[in-house]
Design a protein around this ligand. Structure first.
Ligand code: PEP
Length: 260
């Protein structure tokens, strides 16, 4: 159980890294971060490497996340993986509703909602992704989109669950494009999300819920993004695939969050 908004930095590996590559990375990375405190560090390998990653990270300060889950516990759902299976493999977190899942694989706010509930039921910490497209931003619909994604995606959660949740604000136009939101744009969206969480789940839960930023986070911008008062961490795609660059993002982000 978290009782404070300790900075949270997660690496989303997407469909990269074999089991052997995962084990090599995690062994090297855990040694580099072993004395780094004041930040929650997570990596999300593909399903095939989850168990090996969890074994390689055992008794370290590196947590393991899956990149998705299915909401039923078991059944005739070819190709799907349940929260219980992910938990048994040794992961403690799961990314839900990433924009690639929404645009390429049909995830909706309704399915995100089922997955978030299933994650809690399985004892996993959900990292629930929200964010607007470029068109939506240009039409000034960003806040409406975020409101809908949060309202529907988190519908039915208790305040206690909300307090343990991680919301990842990932503007779709910033993912994998090299074009990150400015710290001011990120803070504006995060502040809005926090305001809604306060309205819908109460001030105590909203004060504990992490709202992290994702979209072209790199070693040279993690400090400015994490220096913002409502940016509680980062979800990092491409730059998390390299041990040294992810390490730099973690340390610079943590240091900036400490100074704010
Ligand atoms: C992501 O995949 O969640 C992401 C933010 O990717 P990138 O950092 O590569 O933009």
């Amino acid at each position: 159980m978290r009782d404070a908004r300790t900075p949270f930095v997660a690496g989303n590996w997407k469909m990269y890294k074999t089991v052997a590559e995962t084990v090599k990375y995690v062994k090297e990375f855990r040694a580099l971060v072993k004395d780094i405190d004041g930040v929650e560090i997570v990596v999300a390998p593909p399903f095939t490497a989850l168990h090996a990653a969890a074994e390689a990270a055992r008794n370290s300060n590196v947590g393991i996340a899956a990149q998705d889950l299915y909401w039923d516990r078991e059944g005739p759902f070819t190709g799907e993986v349940s929260g219980a299976m992910i938990r048994e493999a040794g992961a403690e977190y799961v990314i839900i509703g990433h924009s690639e899942r929404r645009t390429l694989f049909g995830d909706t706010d309704a399915t995100v909602n089922r997955r978030v509930a299933a994650a809690f039921a399985a004892g996993l910490c959900p990292i629930a992704c929200v964010g607007e497209t470029l068109d939506q931003r240009e039409r000034q619909e960003t806040f409406d989109v975020l409101d809908r994604q949060i309202r529907q995606g988190l519908d039915g959660l208790t305040s206690d669950q909300l307090a343990q949740l991680v919301v990842a604000y990932e503007p779709v136009w910033a993912i994998g494009t090299g074009r990150n939101a400015t710290p001011e744009q990120a803070e504006e969206a995060h502040g809005h999300i926090r305001k809604r969480l306060r309205q819908w789940f109460g001030p105590d839960a909203a004060a504990l819920c992490h709202v992290i930023y994702g979209g072209s986070v790199k070693p040279d911008n993690s400090a400015s993004l994490l220096s913002q008062p409502n940016v509680d961490g980062a979800l990092v795609g491409g730059a998390s695939l390299d041990v040294r660059s992810f390490l730099e993002i973690v340390t610079k982000g943590r240091d900036a969050a400490r100074r704010r």
